[in-house]
Each structure stands twice: as structure tokens, then as C-alpha cells.
Design a protein around this ligand. Structure first.
Ligand SMILES: NC(=O)c1ccc[n+]([C@@H]2O[C@H](COP(=O)([O-])OP(=O)(O)OC[C@H]3O[C@@H](n4cnc5c(N)ncnc54)[C@H](OP(=O)(O)O)[C@@H]3O)[C@@H](O)[C@H]2O)c1
Length: 341
């Protein structure tokens, strides 16, 4: 059994992690934590997630590093704010446990990028080269036995899964335009008037253009410089969960549906959690919300030089908790679908 702890178990993604790990046959949940400090509160296990109603497990307690270590986890999931993950990960690694971080604290290779994109100096820059960027379907053996996994951002997961297979076919110098929409849970449970019911319901807006934190990790993963023509426009959708990304691309040569289908078939033929639709069949949010899957569709425009790719995920699952469990399965050599299928 793999002994697992979750810091941030009382948050949206942490609660999903609890529900997934509770039914994992090779995992024992040894400890769960909310935030520390005077406002922190204990939460009973059964109250963390609706699916845990009748189950038993450790209650979430206010965070303490000593208490975490005392529970002797093999792996600690960090479902915490970026700066908290950056501070905690080196201390946890020192204790001998592995870390799967779903924040952005270890996604960027360059420590110098953190003040600009995340607003803090990175406290553990020596770990950035070691962290495995865990876009599971595009990882090889590097996840096996890894000490530190940086789970990709939710928008990044939806965009990279759709874009990477067709990247070699794209026209150089032509912009890739990614319009993504996310449900409000993407912002976590923190209270902010911008995410309140009366601001969001019946409304729809773009935000964070050119300054969203997921942009540099996507450029890094795609090997694009800071001024390469890649446009990412996130939008806030008045629903609770789900991300739909629509990518507008230009091909170097006119393409056929068969060539695009073959480009997707190659990386995803045997992947349990990425489904690619037939040409022209575009997935919708309801196809994936509540599941650990990504679904991808594509359509060619007349002439075959331009295409539209559509990718959908549940931001709290494939965009966070289920991909973290998929990564843990790879790290510890458990079947990839365990706890998820
Ligand atoms: N939401 C998404 O769709 C999504 C997707 C991918 C990645 N992420 C990333 O995952 C992380 C968690 O996101 P979330 O949306 O689940 O956040 P959230 O709902 O706001 O929950 C944050 C969790 O972190 C705990 N926490 C806050 N400060 C802490 C501290 N100093 N020490 C220990 N625990 C602390 C909170 O405890 P209390 O309950 O006591 O406040 C809560 O359990 C973030 O870095 C986020 O960027 C989120």
C-alpha cells in the first residue's frame, strides 16, 4: 500500500483527491490537512466530499509539518496555493516522502520567471530542474520513481493535449489562438467578488489576457519563445466545473481528416483517459464533467489549411485531482487506471 497524505484536503481539488484516493486499492490515506493558523479548522472525513458520506478515514486537521511527518506518508499531494506549495515541498522531500504538487510552484524551469508570473521569489529554485512536468500522456519513464511531480495547470492540460499531436503540421510563424472557458471552481473556494454568484450568473467574460499564469508553462512545454505567436484567452463561464478550449490553427500544407486522425492516433491510441473523436465531431463539457477524461475533436475548414481543435476536461479532475492520481500511479508503478476507472 502507498501511504498518502493531502495538504489542502478542504479545498476543491483536495476534496476530489480525497474521493479518488479513498477508493484506490493500493492507497491508504494516512493524513489530511486544511490550512494552518488561527482560522484553520478540522473537518470530518465524511464531510470533505459528497462521495465520502458513509466512509471512514482521517479527519482533515489544521496543517502542521511535524504532524504530517509523524503519519509517515510515502507521498504527499499538495493541493495548496502556489507559494505554500513552494515553501512546503522541499521540507517534505527532505523527510523522504515524494511530492505531487497541483499548484504552479514547480511548473516553470526558470526561477527568474516566478516573480513576474507568480509574484514571489522562488524559495527552492534547485528543485525546478528536478520536477517532472506531469502531463501524463506525454511523459515517458521519467514519472517512474520521480520525487517531485508538477501537475500541469488545468487550462494547459486542455490545450496541450489537443495541440501537441498536430504541432509538427502547423505553419511556422502563424498564430495559434486558444480561446478557453472555465467554470468558476477553477478559481478555488476563496471568496472574491469577481467569482460571486451575482457577478458570474448570466454573465460571460474574458480575463487575464497575456498575463495568465498558465501561458508560460504552455510556451515552455511547446518550446515557444515569449514572443512566438501564441494567443491564450481565458474566459469565465457561469457554470461550476469544466474547461472547453477552442484552438484555431493554420497548417503548413492543406490537410485531410485522415492525416489529422492519424496524428492523434499515434500518441493516444492506448491512453485510457484521452479520447479523440471522429473528424467533425466536437466534444462538449457534459461529455467529461465528473470524469477523469479529456475528449478532443477537430474540424478542417474549407481548403484544409485551417483547422479548429476542441478539447474538454473537468478542471477539478483531469485538470487537477485525477491527473495527480494518474501521475502517482505511474510514480509508484500502480496500474494507471487504478482509483480512476
Ligand atoms: N481549482 C482548480 O480547477 C485547479 C485546477 C488545477 C490546479 N489548481 C491549483 O491547485 C491548488 C489548490 O486549488 P483549489 O482550487 O483546490 O484551492 P482552494 O479550493 O482554494 O483550496 C485551497 C486549500 O489549501 C489550503 N491552504 C490554504 N493555505 C494553506 C497553508 N498556508 N497551508 C496549508 N494549507 C493551506 C486550504 O485550507 P482551508 O480550507 O483551511 O482554507 C484549502 O484546503 C492551487 O494552487 C490551484 O492553482 C486548481
Amino acid at each position: 500500500m502507498t501511504r498518502a497524505a493531502i495538504v489542502g484536503a478542504t479545498g476543491y481539488s483536495g476534496a476530489e483527491l480525497c474521493a479518488l484516493l479513498a477508493r484506490h486499492h493500493h492507497v491508504e490515506i494516512v493524513s489530511l490537512f486544511s490550512s494552518g493558523g488561527k482560522d484553520a479548522r478540522a473537518v470530518r472525513f465524511a464531510r470533505l466530499h459528497p462521495l465520502l458520506g458513509g466512509s471512514t478515514g482521517p479527519d482533515a486537521e489544521p496543517f502542521s509539518l511535524e504532524r504530517l511527518k509523524a503519519t509517515r506518508p510515502d507521498v504527499v499531494f499538495l493541493a495548496t496555493p502556489n507559494e505554500t506549495s513552494a515553501e512546503l515541498a522541499p521540507k517534505i522531500l527532505e523527510s523522504g516522502a515524494k511530492v505531487i504538487d497541483i499548484s504552479g510552484a514547480f511548473r516553470l524551469r526558470e526561477a527568474a520567471a516566478y516573480p513576474k508570473w507568480y509574484g514571489f521569489e522562488h524559495p527552492a529554485p534547485w528543485l525546478l530542474a528536478e520536477a517532472v512536468y506531469g502531463l501524463t500522456e506525454w511523459c515517458g519513464g521519467e514519472l517512474s520513481g520521480a520525487r517531485l511531480v508538477a501537475n500541469p495547470g488545468c487550462y494547459s492540460t486542455s490545450i496541450l493535449l489537443a495541440l501537441k499531436p498536430v504541432l509538427p503540421l502547423l505553419a511556422k510563424g502563424q498564430a495559434v489562438i486558444c480561446d478557453s472557458v472555465s467554470g468558476v471552481s477553477g478559481a478555488g473556494k476563496k471568496s472574491d467578488v469577481a467569482y460571486s454568484f451575482s457577478e458570474v450568473e448570466g454573465n460571460f467574460k474574458a480575463y487575464g489576457v497575456g498575463v495568465h499564469r498558465h501561458e508560460p508553462e504552455m510556451r515552455q512545454d511547446l518550446g515557444l519563445s515569449a514572443d512566438a505567436p501564441f494567443v491564450f484567452v481565458p474566459h469565465l463561464l457561469p457554470t461550476v466545473r469544466g474547461i472547453l478550449s477552442t484552438l484555431h490553427v493554420s497548417f503548413a500544407q492543406p490537410q485531410t481528416p485522415n492525416v489529422l486522425a492519424a496524428a492523434y492516433e499515434k500518441p493516444y491510441a492506448a491512453t485510457p483517459f484521452v479520447r479523440v473523436r471522429a473528424a467533425g465531431e466536437l466534444p462538449e463539457l457534459r461529455d467529461v464533467v465528473g470524469t477523469p477524461r479529456a475528449e478532443i475533436g477537430f474540424a478542417l475548414l474549407p481548403g484544409g489549411r485551417r483547422g479548429v481543435l476542441v478539447s474538454v476536461i473537468d478542471n477539478l479532475l483531469k485538470g487537477a485531482a485525477s491527473s495527480a492520481v494518474q501521475n502517482m500511479n505511474r510514480v509508484f508503478g500502480h496500474p494507471e487506471t487504478e482509483g480512476l476507472a
